[in-house]
Every structure is written in structure tokens, then in C-alpha cells.
Design a protein around this ligand. Structure first.
Ligand code: 26W
Length: 830
């Protein structure tokens, strides 16, 4: 280690060991960390030692930029976006950080020089599964775009010790196992105990008059504990901006109770620690609410009060007083899960900062914006008033006051319409009393948005109609997007390379530049290279499938992929009906000319969701038979890839030929998987639901396989009295498929195995699976028709990618910044 390198290090010079981006400095830094952090030398180092050594090497380069970012923000005191989300699915950090630092290739070389495969270290990394699905992943894409667009932002959430469960498939069934993602520790996070917050819970309130004789209320909690912030640096792509993901971990105010221990009450000595830690112990694995889950409400209050206290602490470091909170911060509520924030900011401003109510309300109302992610009525959170009263007595008082003033406004605008007042009230008085969190979010926010044009329109016409009548100016649409960094550059480097060799690399931070691709759609040589990129990814996925499922698949078959949470409205069972229909056709006529297809499924079912678990069983049961039937002769393969995650998505999205986006129209708020598949050249078969509508608009109807009822037709069909059994009686192929499933063929003769599913479809079919069956099957035939013309398919694939510019999360974030957050970029110079 030359002297020059050492002093270079001190100065954080270009090529210093701690911050240099050259192959040399990365190799030296890696060995340094292996030695001085892991206490290992290469010959004895484990895979985890090597992974940690590289992680600390990369982390140093992130912290270098983090410090510069914090310094810049301290000097400029910029308006800052605070994103409150109960869920984050960031995916594995290493690959993305190397990409955003622009050092993936030098690092690969630096390690190769030491006989280490970078891919082995990437494979080793656990991903933080701190979310269920779309909502959590969107929050992560937004973090990447906020930093890349150099927008000052803090993403607040909960550091669950155990994330979304690991899914194993045993005898065709989902089995959940604990996600102990922190077992080897997490090198990417930094604990900040010195800015921990106190969290109150339970107890009662009492009013008093302060020294100035003013009436005040104080909350006397029955218990308190601490929220410790654990920070993860989030670096933008090709910039120096490092924003924070600040996740809260719950700990006891006083860890170990020595006195109890002395009294020999060993349980007593640790009970407080255990109780408080439980709060951030585990993520709720449901992507739809379960009424009255006490711990869930505590979790929501926990991260919200810590986050708002933290914002007020940061405000305190500037010259701005609390009554100008809304000028410094704009707080985005990621669905209703953090909606308690409206009452909590009022409590902090009125009770602790002694603002008067009206001023505090003005500040609060100008601070919050609310994003709705689902129309499913059962997914709109509401909490029993008694539970609220016992856990958050002061918040309930404040909510009553907010509600009283709100309903006065409603009565003023709509006199003599008490039905509307009852419908809009934050308190549901229709039976047992509930606090409607979506109503609290709407009343306390200056902006309300849906996540796709159709969804935002349906929000105004259905679940939030009354609020739209009252405050039309609050309602906006912000169509979702995904980050092309992780989902193209990282997941599909072959495609990224081909794009950069064909058009320049400006698409990486401006996805609309992909348009330039269109002129190559008729270039035979380019089509060949395009197909090679896809073929290589399919072969890669094929290897993964054989490793994880022991099944051999043909990479020249049509890869037909449906990967998302298992849910009846997403209709994985409609996909299975297509497979069984094709199987029946082969059984009736083995010579029938079926396009060879590999059906790949992925997705977790909420542990308590019976029908979703039965759908997983059905997919695996059909696969068992079809995959082994000699008559099929390999023309159909059904694979269920276990443990769908962001990491598995890296292998799935680039390898799909056909992307299944087949939800009942009006049910999928947006979807984001649809964007990731199309951005990687898959063609979409889908309904006019969520963002499918806008994808079809952008890529062109001729490049999209559309089927099914529209959202309006769905409503009319249900309103007109829907009798699914009639369809079953009048469609031979449909009857054939359902009867085969009911026959026990796929369940070792057990005719009752799938009875609940069959009965549901024949008697109620709430998601109109049977109503869309014929249109779906016909559309799938059109798909096969195009597949038989590879040049046509490839041209459509190129057009899809060329026209996906709109669906970058950079565009979504730019719109939020312009229309809601009113923030602008603050470049950071190193
Ligand atoms: C309380 C339990 C719970 C947990 C999560 C209820 C609801 C949720 C989420 C709202 C469910 C979710 O992930 N919604 C999805 O959000 C995506 C991002 O906007 C959309 O693309 C999906 O269409 C929507 O289903």
C-alpha cells in the first residue's frame, strides 16, 4: 500500500481505498475489509465473509456520497418528501448499488483477479422481504427514482425482524417457513440509537390548564417503549444523491429490569423487552386486511409516531417553527396503513407544540397526501372503536373532533342529507362502531390519487365518490411505474447491452428514449439478436426451473408466465382452465397442432386465504398429470416456481414470451408486473384493467392480446344477475375442463379435492372467470397464431419495449413532484 494511496484515502481522493472506483482500489478495499472487518484472509474466508467484505467496500462508497448529500441538504435546507409505507420490497442491494455506482464491471474484474465470482456473492445475498407485493415493491421503485431524480426524500417504515414468509411447495401445497433474513446480519444498515423516539401506548388522557391558563390535554400512556431508527443508504443511478430508507425497530425503554432479576423474577426482568420487540417482529403476510388485529394497529401507530417525531426533530435543526412544518415536508401516505398520521401530527402539534387547533389543522391538512392502491371493499381498513380507545385514547378524541368539524362542512355543502353524512363519517356507526381509515386519510390530505387512469376514475365513481363530490380538486391520477435500473439493466444485462449498442444509453435515465428502437423492428439482423437475448434468458430460467422444481423445460417453447400474489381477482384459476382445455384437446386428438408452451406460475398466498391455497394446489396437481402424460409429449409443461420474490423476478421478467395480466376488469388497481414483463419484451395477454389499459394505449392495440369484459360490462353483468352455471351448461370445452378438474383426475381420484373451487365457480363466480373463459381461450389461440410467425412476434416484442417509456417510475415520480409534492431536484456534488 503506497503512501500516496494512504493519503489519497484520507482525502477521499479519486482512487483512495475507501472511496476509489478503480479496479485496484476496489480490490484493495475488499481485501482490507476481509482482513479488518471480517478478520479473515482469502484462503479461509467463507462465502458470507467475502460477501460482507464486498458489501462494506461498496457501502463505503455509498456513505461517501451520503455524507455529501447530508452536507448539501444542511446547506440548502430543501423541501423534502417523506414517504410513509408499512411495506418495502427493495430486493437484494449489492447488484443495484454496484449498478448505480457504475462499478459492476470493474468490481467483477477486481474479484475475478482474486478468483472470486461476483455472481456467487450476488446469489448469496438475502433480500429484505419487508412487503407482500405490489404496494411494497412500488415503494422501492419510488425510492430508486427519487434518488435518481435527485429529490430530497426520506422513506420511513418498519424494520421487521421477520419479513414475508418463505414459500415451499410440499406435495403441491404451499408451506410457509420463517424468513429469518437477518440471521447473518445486514451490512447495508446503520443503527442510529442516539435519535431514538419514545412511543406511548394505551392508558388514558387528562385535561388541565397550563401556566397561561390555556386548556390542554395530556396523554398518560400505560406503557412506553423506544423506536430506534435503522438507516439504509439509497443511491440514485449515475448521481451522487444518497437518500435514506429509515426503518424503525422497537425496543424496550429500559432493556433488562435488574430489580426484577434480583427478586428472582427472571421473566419479569425481560418481559418488557420481549413485549416491545414483538412490535416490529414480523410483517403481516396478508395483502388484504384482517379486522381488529391489535398488533397491526400498534405497528401502524409505532412507525408513524416515530417518523413524525423524527421530522419535527429535523425541522428543529432548521430555523422553521412547527407551524411551518408543511413548508419543509410533504408526507405521502402509502395506502391507509399510515393514515393514523393525520391524528398523530395533530396530537404532536396541539398537545406537545401547543399550536391552537385551527392552525394545527391547517398545517396537518397541507402536509399529507394519500395514495389508494385497491378498490376491493374488504381491503379498506377499519378499526373497532373499542380497540382504538384502549390503545390510542388521545387519537380517538382527536379523530372525533376532526370528524365533528368535517361533518359540519358536509352538512353545509349538502344540507338535509344525513345519509351522506353517515356514509362519509370517519366513524362507521351502522353497527359495531369502526374508525374508517380511508375516510381519515381523505379528510386529512390535500391530495388523493389512484395508481392508474382506470383505477383513479373508478375511485371517483365508487368507493370515494362522496369525497369526490365534496372535494373534486383533491383527486388526481398517478399511474404507477417501475425502475428500469433493476428490472432491465440489472435483471437483463444482455438486453441492456443490445439497447446500448443499438441506440445510446440515454434510456437508462429517460426511458422515452427507447422509442428510437422502433426503426430496427424490420431489421432482420437486429431481430435475430433480439431473439438471442430472449433465448438466453429462457435457457437461464430453464436451468433455475430444473434446479428448483426438478422439471425440464424446452426454451424454444412459448414461455407463458403468471407471477404475482395468488388471489381470486387475479384469476390464476382462469389460466389453469386454459391449460386443462388444451390438455383435453390433446387427449381428444393427440395429433392436434398445439403450440408447445411452458406455463410458469409464481406467487404466495396469504396463509389464511383458503381459496388461494387451493389454487396453488390445483396448479401443481394439473402439472403433475400434464407434465407426465405421454400423449402430451412435452408440448405442455406446468411449473410452479416456489418463493416468488424480487430476486426470482430478476430471472422471470426477462424470460417470458407471454405475460398473463388477466384480472377481472375493475379489480387490479394498476399492476406493475405487467410493466416489468413488457419492458423486457414479453407480449401481454390481458383485460382492460388497471395499467393494462395504458400499456395497450402506448404499445398499440395491434401489439397487445386483449380479451374479456370491461369494468362497466362486469358491473352490468353482476347487476343483471349473473348465472355462471348457464355458461358451464352451454360451453362444451368449459364444461369439459371443469368436469375434468372435478373428476379427481388431478387429485388421485379424490373428486372432492377441488370441490370448493368448482362450486364457487358454478354457483357464484364473483370474479367472472366463466364469463371471460371463451374470450380468453379465443385470445390464446390468437397468441399461438402469432407465435407461429417468429418475425411478427419479434417485431411486436420490439415495439412493446420501444413504447414502454411511460412506465418508468421516473415519470411517476416526476409527476408526483410537479402535481403533489411541489419539490425540485437538489444536485449533490462530491
Ligand atoms: C392490510 C393488509 C393490506 C396489505 C396490502 C391491504 C392492502 C394491501 C395493498 C394495498 C395491496 C397491494 O399491494 N395493492 C397493489 O398495489 C400495487 C401498487 O400500486 C398495484 O399495482 C396493484 O394493482 C395493487 O393490487
Amino acid at each position: 500500500m503506497t503512501a500516496r494511496k494512504r493519503d489519497d484515502a484520507a482525502k477521499g481522493g479519486e482512487d483512495s481505498i475507501r472511496t476509489g472506483l478503480s479496479e485496484d482500489s476496489i480490490r484493495l478495499a475488499f481485501l482490507d475489509n476481509l482482513f479488518y472487518v471480517q478478520g479473515r484472509f482469502l484462503e479461509v474466508a467463507s462465502l458470507d465473509d467475502k460477501y460482507k467484505a464486498l458489501a462494506y467496500t461498496v457501502r463505503d462508497r455509498l456513505l461517501h456520497r451520503w455524507v455529501a448529500t447530508v452536507r448539501t441538504y444542511q446547506q440548502t435546507n430543501p423541501r423534502t418528501v417523506c414517504y410513509l409505507s408499512a411495506e418495502y420490497l427493495p430486493g437484494p442491494f449489492m447488484g443495484n448499488n454496484l449498478l448505480n455506482l457504475g462499478i459492476s464491471e470493474v468490481t467483477r474484474k477486481a474479484l475475478a483477479g482474486l478468483g472470486i465470482e461476483l455472481d456467487d456473492l450476488l446469489e448469496h445475498e438475502e433480500e429484505p422481504g419487508l412487503g407482500n407485493g405490489g404496494l411494497g415493491r412500488l415503494a422501492a421503485c419510488f425510492m430508486d427514482s427519487l434518488a435518481t431524480l435527485q429529490i430530497p426524500a426520506i422513506s420511513y417504515g418498519i424494520r421487521y425482524e421477520f419479513g414475508i414468509f418463505n414459500q415451499r411447495i410440499r406435495d403441491g401445497e404451499q408451506v410457509e417457513t420463517t424468513d429469518n433474513w437477518l440471521r447473518y446480519g445486514n451490512p447495508w444498515e446503520v443503527r442510529r440509537p442516539h435519535i431514538a423516539c419514545t412511543v406511548k401506548l394505551g392508558g388514558r388522557t387528562e385535561s388541565y390548564h397550563d401556566e397561561a391558563g390555556r386548556w390542554r390535554v395530556r396523554w398518560l400512556p400505560s406503557e412506553t417503549f423506544r423506536g430506534v431508527p435503522i438507516d439504509t443508504p439509497i443511491l440514485g443511478h449515475g448521481v451522487n444523491t444518497v437518500n435514506l430508507m429509515r426503518l424503525w425497530s422497537a425496543e424496550a425503554a429500559e432493556g433488562f429490569d435488574f430489580h426484577a432479576f434480583n427478586r428472582g423474577d427472571y421473566y419479569g426482568a425481560v418481559v418488557r423487552e420481549v413485549r416491545s420487540e414483538t412490535i416490529s417482529k414480523v410483517l403481516y403476510p396478508n395483502d388484504e386486511p384482517e379486522i381488529g388485529k391489535r398488533l397491526r394497529l400498534i405497528q401502524q401507530h409505532f412507525f408513524v409516531t416515530c417518523s413524525l417525531q423524527d421530522m419535527l426533530r429535523v425541522l428543529g435543526t432548521t430555523e422553521l417553527p412547527p407551524e411551518r412544518f408543511h413548508e419543509k415536508f410533504c408526507v405521502q401516505l402509502n395506502d391507509t396503513h399510515p393514515a393514523i398520521a393525520v391524528a398523530e401530527l395533530m396530537r404532536l402539534l396541539v398537545d406537545e407544540h401547543h399550536l391552537d387547533w385551527d392552525l394545527a389543522w391547517q398545517v396537518t391538512h397541507n402536509s399529507f397526501a394519500y395514495t389508494n392502491h385497491t378498490l376491493l371493499p374488504e381491503a379498506l381498513e377499519k378499526w373497532p372503536v373499542p380497540l382504538f380507545e384502549s390503545l390510542l385514547p388521545r387519537h380517538l378524541e382527536i379523530i372525533y373532533e376532526i370528524n365533528a368539524r368535517f361533518l359540519d362542512e358536509v352538512r353545509m355543502r349538502f344540507p338535509f342529507d344525513e345519509a351522506r353524512v353517515r356514509r362519509m363519517s370517519i366513524i362507521d356507526e351502522s353497527g359495531p362502531r369502526y374508525v374508517r381509515m380511508a375516510h381519515l386519510a381523505c379528510v386529512g390530505s390535500f391530495a388523493i390519487n389512484g395508481v392508474a387512469e382506470l383505477h383513479s376514475r373508478l375511485l371517483k365513481e365508487t368507493v370515494l365518490r362522496d369525497f369526490y363530490d365534496l372535494w373534486p380538486e383533491k383527486f388526481q391520477n398517478k399511474t404507477n411505474g417501475v425502475t428500469p435500473r433493476r428490472f432491465v439493466m440489472l435483471a437483463n444485462p444482455g438486453l441492456a447491452r443490445l439497447l446500448n449498442e443499438t441506440i445510446d444509453s440515454s434510456w437508462e435515465n429517460d426511458l422515452t428514449q427507447l422509442r428510437a428502437l422502433e426503426k430496427y423492428a424490420d431489421d432482420a439482423a437486429f431481430l435475430e439478436r433480439w431473439r438471442d437475448v430472449k433465448r438466453e434468458r429462457k435457457a437461464h430460467l430453464g436451468l433455475l426451473i430444473s434446479r428448483l422444481c426438478g422439471a425440464r423445460v424446452d426454451p424454444d417453447s412459448l414461455f407463458d408466465v403468471q407471477a404475482k400474489r395468488i388471489h381470486e381477482y387475479k384469476r390464476q384459476h382462469l389460466n389453469v382452465l386454459h391449460i386443462v382445455t388444451l390438455y383435453n384437446r390433446i387427449k381428444h386428438d393427440p395429433s392436434s397442432d398445439i403450440v408447445p408452451r411452458t406455463f410458469v406460475f409464481g406467487g404466495k398466498a396469504a396463509p389464511g386465504y383458503f381459496m388461494a391455497k387451493l389454487m396453488i394446489r390445483l396448479i401443481n396437481a394439473v402439472g403433475e398429470v400434464v407434465n407426465r402424460d405421454p400423449a402430451v409429449a412435452g408440448r405442455l409443461k406446468v411449473v410452479f416456481l416456489p418463493n416468488f420474490s424480487v430476486k426470482l423476478g430478476h430471472a422471470l421478467y426477462p424470460a417470458a414470451d407471454l405475460s398473463e395480466q388477466i384480472s377481472t376488469a375493475g379489480k387490479e388497481a394498476s399492476g406493475t408486473g405487467n410493466m416489468k414483463f413488457a419492458m423486457n419484451g414479453a407480449l401481454t395477454i390481458g383485460t382492460l384493467d388497471g395499467a393494462n389499459v395504458e400499456i395497450r394505449e402506448e404499445v398499440g392495440a395491434e401489439n397487445f392480446f386483449l380479451f374479456g369484459l370491461t369494468a362497466e360490462e362486469v358491473e352490468h353483468r353482476l347487476a343483471a344477475g349473473y348465472r355462471p352455471r348457464d355458461l358451464y351448461e352451454n360451453d362444451a370445452e368449459l364444461k369439459g375442463a371443469l368436469d375434468l378438474i372435478g373428476s379427481g383426475l388431478f387429485s388421485h381420484g379424490d373428486r372432492d379435492a377441488f370441490r370448493p373451487l368448482i362450486d364457487n365457480l358454478l354457483n357464484s363466480d364473483p370474479y367472472l372467470v366463466l364469463a371471460d373463459y371463451a374470450s380468453y381461450i379465443a385470445c390464446q389461440e390468437a397468441v399461438s397464431g402469432v407465435w407461429r410467425d417468429p418475425a411478427r412476434w419479434t417485431r411486436m416484442s420490439i415495439c412493446n419495449v420501444a413504447r414502454m417509456g411511460k412506465f418508468s417510475s421516473d415519470r411517476s415520480i416526476a409527476e408526483y413532484c410537479r402535481d403533489i409534492w411541489k419539490v425540485s431536484a437538489v444536485p449533490v456534488v462530491l
